[in-house]
Ligand binder design. Structure first.
Ligand code: AMP
Length: 586
């Protein structure tokens, strides 16, 4: 069903006038060079994310303003910008004391505890690239990612270390230091680890921020492709400029805002917008350490006086499923903007926001490689439910078709690949150790996103699907190859092919098709055993939810498993061109 456009109130009717009111005018006026004035250079020259996010506020009138309010089972812990400055300095000095510097890489594997935030910002201060990993990953994805980036330091908790890292420690030879945060006071320290709180307490809280250059490596975010290992997208300090600009235009941040980004920093949204963008704007961020719970989330929105809320379609769908009663049981007079990202947002969800929460949901689009929001519904344009919105100032987007001779730019209302013109500051600068894979993402001046879209006559972009086989489950991008490789390690599995199966709540869930080696019987006990194996190795967020047994998997003549065909058969769709299939028509 086509949902009607949502017309925004005029700025004059709003309590807080939006930062962006005329998108076209702002797009023509905007330049990245001019926006650069919003960031502060280091005293001796150079640009550093953490200096802009923390130090400059700590040295100014924002010193006593709350930067983070952590909500956990133990209560509430607030850190002001001044406290964050001193604690991140301490973390930087802990690294310095261990001889860790610019040539190293720090990884963080933790829930949303304060030390995660100290580790990210403290590492950036001394120019050490940092990579937060999703704490729900199993041991295999953790080992793969640490090895890809030759991680030298891991910050984690005692329980995560014992459950996931201890058994892969001998598979990550680059790792020199493991700094653990005990889950309980007086917990014994696992052998081969150091006590992070003790090190922080002993360290000096004064540090000189290293004069990083705008294009120095700052953050590593892993993402998935159809084939091969995960890709380590490399982001630089200059990315902060995109974070600042999009925080202003797409998230409409104002100095007194209480901002809540529900994403985990193990995914790019939780770092770009759960850490960096709100700090650049000097606002207060809520960090909820617990997992999704509809009652709890409504309580947080209301009791924490959240003004701007950045969340994800799966979460919105779960709130919709919980029904309107818990939403209507509380008021949210402070809430002014809701935005969401990461997967398609159903038009019904946009209207549900309007009707039940009193505000529409502003869908926006970006991906790990873009480092920040590129296309968005903003307060400046009416919302067409189901559309991702329009390119932000500083972003030039096109719909193209690739061929050997270059790009063809497609007219409106034609499906093609979404391309972005190079030049925005948070564009990834490489895939770790894979220059060719990086080069293949570009054609001339254009970065090719791998997403299929259409643009309408008003310049709104509409998501159609992915051009490749990656799976989006509850907003998390999952590479089929990583899952298939682990399934193949099971002694009974001869072949494995993995697809995203549409799911009402999570968008897609991982479904695996396997064929068995001789002598194994395809029964429920074996299915459970393979599922258990995958969950132990990959973690629940990545492992398949379903496994089906097949006699043999369809393959191309060159031997590749035809996931497209598995998916078509699963969905009862036409099988398309099968001429390249093993045994198919020639
Ligand atoms: P990630 O790199 O994990 O952030 O995933 C990025 C991918 O998520 C994009 O390439 C899209 O396929 C998908 N995605 C992100 N935002 C949206 C959106 N608003 N609508 C549809 N798909 C989206």
């Amino acid at each position: 069903m086509v949902r009607p456009t949502i017309i925004h109130k005029s700025p004059a009717q709003l309590r807080v006038p939006p930062n962006l009111t005329k998108l076209d005018a702002e797009r023509s006026r905007f330049s990245w060079a001019a926006a650069r004035a919003e960031l502060t250079e280091l005293p001796g020259g150079g640009l550093n994310i953490a200096h802009n996010a923390v130090t400059r506020h700590a040295r100014g009138p924002g010193r006593d303003h709350v930067a983070f309010r952590f909500l956990s089972g133990d209560g509430v812990r607030e850190l002001t910008y001044g406290e964050l400055e001193s604690l991140t300095n301490r973390f930087a000095n802990v690294l310095g004391g261990l001889g860790v510097g610019r040539g190293d890489a720090v990884y963080v594997l933790a829930g949303r505890i304060p030390e995660l935030y100290l580790a990210v910002l403290g590492s950036l201060k001394i120019g050490t690239p940092v990579s937060p990993l999703f704490a729900a990953f199993g041991p295999d994805p953790i080992a793969t990612r640490i090895n890809l980036g030759s991680g030298t330091v891991l910050v984690t908790t005692t329980s995560l270390y014992l459950k996931k890292v201890a058994r892969i420690r001998d598979r990550v030879p680059s790792l020199r230091h493991v700094l653990v945060v005990p889950d309980e006071p007086d917990e014994p320290l696992p052998p081969g680890t150091s006590d992070l709180p003790a090190l922080l307490a002993a360290a000096s809280d004064d540090v000189a921020v290293v004069p990083t250059r705008p294009d120095d490596l700052a953050l590593l975010h892993f993402t998935s492709g159809t084939t091969g290992t995960p890709k380590g997208a490399m982001h630089v300090h200059e990315a902060a400029l995109t974070h600042w600009v999009t925080g202003r235009y797409a998230l409409d941040l104002h100095p007194d805002d209480v901002f809540w980004c529900t994403a985990d920093p193990g995914w790019v949204t939780g770092t770009s917008y759960g850490i960096i963008a709100p700090l650049l704007h000097g606002v207060t961020s809520i960090v909820d350490e617990a997992d999704f719970d509809s009652e709890r989330w409504y309580r947080i929105l209301s009791e924490q006086h959240v003004t701007v809320w950045y969340t994800a379609p799966t979460a919105i769908r779960m709130l919709m499923k919980a029904g309107p009663a818990p939403a209507l049981a509380r008021t949210r007079p402070d809430l002014r903007l809701i935005a969401s990202v990461g997967e398609p947002l159903n038009p019904e969800a946009v209207w549900w926001g309007q009707e039940v929460l009193g505000l529409p949901i502003h869908d926006n689009w970006w991906q790990t490689e873009t480092g920040g929001i590129m296309i968005a519904n903003t307060p400046a344009s009416d919302i067409k439910p189901g559309s991702m919105g329009r390119p932000l100032p500083g972003v030039e987007a096109a719909v193209v078709q690739r061929s050997d001779v270059g790009l063809t730019f497609l007219p409106d209302a034609t499906e093609g690949e979404l391309a972005l013109r190079k030049g925005w500051p948070s564009m990834f600068r490489g895939y770790l150790n894979e220059p060719d894979r990086y080069a293949r993402c570009f054609s001339g001046d254009w970065y090719l996103t791998g997403d299929l879209v259409e643009r309408d006559a008003d310049g709104y972009f509409w998501f159609v699907g992915r051009a490749d086989d990656v799976i989006k489950s509850a907003g998390h991008l999952i590479g089929p190859f990583e899952v298939e490789s682990v399934l193949m390690e099971h002694p009974a599995v001869a072949e494995a092919g993995v697809i995203g199966k549409p799911d009402e709540m999570a968008g897609e869930v991982v479904k695996a098709f396997v064929s068995l080696k001789q002598g194994f019987v395809a029964d429920d006990a074996l299915r459970l055993d393979i599922l258990g194996h995958a969950r132990r190795k990959l973690g629940a967020a990545v492992a398949p939810k379903e496994i089906a047994f097949l006699e043999a998997l369809p393959r191309t003549r060159s031997g590749k498993i035809m996931r497209r065909l598995l998916k078509a058969r699963e969905l009862g769709l036409p099988e398309g061109d099968t001429s390249t299939m093993e045994g198919g028509a020639s």
